[in-house]
Design a binder for this molecule. Structure first.
Ligand code: SAM
Length: 253
């Protein structure tokens, strides 16, 4: 069994595949001018679509949700159907590094806990062209909340994601990529524990049983436990931060 299969199986039954909450999605949305039925949102790295459904329920916009895994998109469309939202949500299997949309197609680009897969700066630069001239981007990204931090947590996260950086430096990257900062805020404990780690921990025993207590599965779950333990010990130093920005019209490369 390969790691990819484990990741998919472990995460696909959950509403979220990363830290976040309906409240955080709505708070980020509150910084974006009202969207009407002609507005278009692109949700990149949507997973099973927790935030996609929230966006559809709280705007009148048309939403295109993309992810590399069809298994996640199937779950999203099942939820969309249950919520009578299939007329406003389209799911497309697509890589975030090679989107195939026309330039200037979207009013808003949304991406929760996903841009790290190609890197924050690369994602923000690549995606800018798909926004209309007065478009907005709302993206969450793991960030240091303090100027310094204990070596143990610094090493842990730098090994997992070398682009992790302070909020101040992330804001500078956003501007460098051709956007004007609108707002930013850090995700709270609930986003990490109640909505992400706890549901995974609750599923662990059943998951182990399903794979006959295989050593690879035990190792995989152990990595998750270590990450959750790190969060509990060092949460004062880092979090996902939601960044909301507007396309800078006068930006020249
Ligand atoms: N936005 C969802 C949420 O917050 O619950 C999912 C976040 S999950 C941490 C990251 C998502 O990015 C996964 O659904 C994964 O399949 C997707 N992903 C990873 N690499 C990708 C790529 N290169 N292109 C498209 N999607 C990708």
């Amino acid at each position: 069994m390969d790691l990819l299969e484990l990741i998919l199986e472990y995460h696909k039954g959950n509403q979220r595949q990363g830290p976040g909450s309906e409240e955080a999605t709505l708070k980020a949305l509150s910084y974006i001018p009202c969207l009407n039925e002609k507005s278009r949102i692109l949700d990149i790295g949507c997973g099973t679509g927790g935030q996609t459904i929230t966006l559809a329920k709280n705007t009148a916009a048309q939403i295109t949700a993309v992810d590399m895994f069809p298994q996640f998109l199937e779950m999203l469309m099942k939820n969309a159907k249950e919520n009578n939202l299939t007329d406003r949500i389209v799911a497309e299997e697509m890589l975030m590094e090679s989107l195939t949309f026309k330039e200037h197609s979207f009013d808003v680009i949304w991406s929760e806990g996903a841009v790290y897969n190609i890197g924050f700066e690369k994602g923000l630069s690549l995606w800018r062209k798909y926004l209309k001239e007065d478009g907005y981007i709302a993206v969450s990204e793991i960030s240091w909340l303090t100027g310094t931090r204990p070596e143990e947590i610094e090493q842990y996260w730098v090994n997992l994601y070398s682009e992790i950086d302070t909020v101040e430096n992330k804001l500078a990257v956003i501007e460098k990529c051709g956007y004007e900062i609108v707002s930013h805020f850090a995700l709270d404990d609930k986003c990490w524990i109640d909505n992400y780690y706890q549901p995974l921990i609750d599923n662990s025993e059943e998951f182990l049983k399903k794979y006959n207590y295989a050593d690879e599965v035990k190792d995989f779950l152990e990595q998750g436990k270590i990450e959750a333990d790190m969060y509990n010990r060092f949460k004062d130093y880092y979090s996902y931060v939601f960044y909301i920005a507007k396309k800078n019209r006068s930006f020249v490369h």
